[in-house]
Design a protein around this ligand. Structure first.
Ligand code: SF4
Length: 83
């Protein structure tokens, strides 16, 4: 898709920033909890086994840096970020 300028348009979230979409492969999660420490508004852990729970698959722009960091340091490469 292109905008009026002819340049490709970038998907935006309701806050007007570039959209982010998060997917998890929770089967690989080793319950280290790093993601929860870094981005507690986006990630949580199940009480019973500590496996990651995704609270917000399309977080607002102010969460993006923390989500990128969480994905980068996750020891099991569970978190995939699309922007
Ligand atoms: S940092 Fe990775 S392995 Fe640790 S709880 Fe989060 S998703 Fe699971």
């Amino acid at each position: 898709m292109t905008g009026r300028t002819g340049r490709p348009t970038v998907p935006t979230d309701p806050h007007g920033a570039t959209a982010m979409k998060i997917t998890l492969d929770a089967d690989k999660c080793c319950a280290a909890g790093q993601c929860v420490l870094i981005a507690p508004d986006v990630f949580d852990q199940r009480d019973e086994d500590g496996v990651v729970v995704l609270l917000d698959a399309a977080p607002p722009a102010e969460q993006h840096a923390a989500v990128r960091e969480a994905a980068a340091i996750c020891p099991a490469a569970v978190i995939e970020v699309q922007e």
